[in-house]
Each structure stands twice: as structure tokens, then as C-alpha cells.
Write a protein that binds this ligand. Sequence first.
Ligand SMILES: Cc1ncc(COP(=O)(O)O)c(C=O)c1O
Length: 289
Amino acid sequence: MSRVAYVEGQYLPHRRAAVHIEDRGYQFSDGVYEVIAVEGGRLIDEESHLDRLERSLRELRIAPPLSRRSLTIVMREVVRRNRVVNGILYIQATRGTAPREHAFPAQNKTALVMTARQTDLHRERLAQDGVTVITIPDIRWRRCDIKSVSLLPNVLGKQAAQEAGAFEAWQIDRDGFITEGTSTNAWIVGRDGLLITRSTDTAILGGITRLSVLDLARRNGVEFVERPFTVGEAKAAREAFLTSTTSLVLPVVRIDDAVVGNGKPGSLTLKIRDLYLAHMAGAPAPHLG
Ligand SMILES: Cc1ncc(COP(=O)(O)O)c(C=O)c1O
């Protein structure tokens, strides 16, 4: 089946979809994006993703490309035209096309692009076996809370992980604390059984999956704390996992050379994954036993 992309008001065959060479996203990474999971044809946590998109645009002073209502209509149309039942929707908005000058153009129109594709986000095999992560220095800028398309350090980090045979790279700030993965948020379960994830500041992206997991934890009586944790703490943790729109909740069983817990996905991690899958399925979340 041929894929369809939305490009600045038009639905085009994916292979012919293009923006101008002077699009500021292409030249300056002057743009933002969102990735939303589609499950059973439904957009998961749509409102939270749209809230974050609006915030990212506001922080960079990029005008909203469409009203929220129009945006949701296009989003559904892109999912429908690509016949995505389970997969992802990608949304990108840049400061548009203008002669190449660093400062904002006097006149410009925000350029909006959307694509969607069918893919299996559940990856049960990875969930059963757990994944490994390496640690790398966090070399990013100080506004990681903005979901900008400027992802070069993340690209290099993910490549380093792949070359090391790992799934993800957890980035470490100058004080030895883990910020987050290159495209995921990081979590541990401490020696005392407490769930820990870094508080949202400008050093990490406020993940929507992170937000939903915290909400599920709250509603199911799982105690948690939002605070930075060190690499040493993570390596000595009882459990570890990562979250994102495309990874959902995946157990981490090794960090560099350190085996986490007994080297198998932790029980709290798997319960949280189940709660999250139920949340995605729209079913009432099972209570933790
Ligand atoms: C740097 C970074 N952190 C965390 C996340 C997870 O965010 P979300 O759960 O909204 O997908 C992402 C997702 O792409 C990311 O790029």
C-alpha cells in the first residue's frame, strides 16, 4: 500500500513528499516535532502530546501552524489515509521557508509535515528479555525540555549504543547524574523498592509516557519520587527501565557492564508495563497485586 504524507496543506505520495531547501528546519533545525502512538486506530495520550507541541512552539516563538482543532483533523486524516491501525504518527512544524539568515524572518509561515506508519510497538521479545544500555556524557544544550528536531547528540548517542550492541544510551550530566536516554526517559527501582525518575527540568524532555506512567503509579498506589539519580545508583538498583512513545515500557537488564538486579526484567517494571499496556488499550487498568 502506498504511503501518504501531509506537507503544508497537501496530501502527497510519501516518496514525492518534500519541503523547500530553504526550510529552516533543514538549515537550522529550527523546528519541533511530536511522535504519537496509534493503537487500534486511536491516538494515545493525544491531548498531552498536543499540549507539549504547543509548549515547544511557544518556547521557540514559532507560530502554531493550525488551530488545535484543525490539527487533530489532519492528524486523523493522515492516520486514515495510511491505514494505520497500530503504529505511529509523526508531526513536524518548522519556522518555514525563508532566505538563510539566522535571525527570525520578518514574514514566514510555519511549515507543517505529518507522516504515519504501521509498526509493532509492543515488541514482546524485548519486553521479555529486557534491553541493555550504555552510559555516555550528556553533551546536549540546556533546553532539552523543548522537543526540537535538533537531535545531533541524540543521533550520535544512539549510534554509539548500537555499535556497542546496546538498545539505548543513558546520558550523564557533569555531576554524575543520569539525565535520560537519547529518545527515552530513564527509571530505576531503588534498593528499598522505591520507583525513581528524574524530575522534569530543562535537562530532560518531559516524556508523555513518563507522565502517564507517573499517573498510573499514583492511581495504583506505587510509591515514587522524582529526583536525579547517579550512574552508581542505577547500576546498584533493584530494577531499571525506560519509557517512550515508541518503546512503551522496556526493562533494562544491564547498564554498561553492570547487571541490574538478577539480570531479568524486574517485577515492578513488568507490572508497570502491564498497567501501561492496559492504559493504551483503553481498558480499566488492572490493580497491582
Ligand atoms: C530525548 C527524549 N527523551 C524522552 C523521550 C520520551 O518521550 P515520550 O514518552 O513523549 O515519547 C523522547 C521521545 O522521543 C526523547 O526524544
